[in-house]
Design a protein around this ligand. Structure first.
Ligand code: DGL
Length: 261
């Protein structure tokens, strides 16, 4: 039996994590849910994001997944502990793996974190980074425009470049050597962010680090032959076009679903 891994995000951002999981576990059965009817999560209150996260988890449990990946920093920041204690399957988030990767990558211990308003306000990255490196100087900036820009397929548009210059200026002034992309949408802006920051700042994307945390639950499954099913709560064609373009593959039949309370 192939292990089944459920992955959810508010939209296409979690595909950055799905891509890394598929790379490490090519035989796994993947079930992806993008809550596109309610994206963005990053501007919503913790109570609302918690409710959405429960609904997404219930849907994926219904698809018989063996492990759940909260491929959304905003939902990981507010809902991971509760989901992990309440669900009957292992639950993995993206913040701790991202923090670990940042601490490993940084030489000067001046670390920048960008994320949604919800993620930045939660303080989850500062806590995780300081647990690993108490001497780290962590500077954070919320970048609320980045999610709509990537969802619109505008990752390389001048709007993305101008927004990046504005958002990243305080982090450049703080002299960071490492920037954590604390939102799963942001790796889609990687080249725009790298151009803005120059070669001296390393970008940390938690996707691969998160995928690695699945080893104890998924084990080593040799060979390919895995599969991926995609579900969204709105606009499946749009998800197919933008998400498929990003993954460089046909997403096949993306089904629209309604999440139950
Ligand atoms: N991609 C998600 C995250 O990592 C959510 C972005 C949003 O919906 O605001 O936070």
């Amino acid at each position: 039996m192939q292990p089944a891994i459920g992955v959810f995000d508010s939209g296409i951002g979690g595909l950055t994590v799905l891509r890394a999981i598929r790379h490490l576990f090519p035989a796994a059965r993947l079930v992806y849910l993008g809550d596109t009817a309610r994206v963005p999560y990053g501007t919503k209150s913790p109570t609302t994001v918690l409710r959405y996260a429960h609904q997404a988890a219930t849907f994926l449990l219904g698809r018989k997944v063996d492990v759940l990946v909260v491929a959304c920093n905003t939902a990981s920041a507010v809902a991971l502990d509760e989901l992990a204690s309440e669900l009957p399957i292992p639950v993995v988030g993206v913040i701790e793996p991202g923090a670990q990767a940042a601490v490993q990558a940084s030489v000067t211990r001046r670390i920048g974190v960008i994320g949604t308003e919800g993620t930045i306000q939660s303080g989850a990255y500062e806590r995780s980074i300081r647990l690993l490196a108490p001497d780290a100087a962590v500077s954070t900036v919320a970048c609320p425009l980045f999610v709509p820009i990537t969802e619109a397929g505008w990752a390389d548009h001048q709007v993305a470049h101008l927004s990046a210059a504005e958002y990243l200026a305080p982090l450049q002034a703080a002299g960071i050597d490492t920037l954590v992309l604390g939102c799963t949408h942001y790796p889609l802006l990687q080249s725009t962010l790298a151009k803005c920051l120059g070669p001296k700042v390393g970008l940390v994307d938690s996707a691969l680090a998160t995928a690695r945390t699945l080893h104890p639950y998924v084990g080593v499954v040799s060979g390919g032959g895995g599969s991926a099913e995609f579900f969204v709560t709105d606009a499946p064609q749009r998800f197919c076009r933008i998400g498929g373009g990003f993954l460089g593959m046909e997403l096949g039949n993306v089904q629209q679903v309604v999440l139950e309370n």
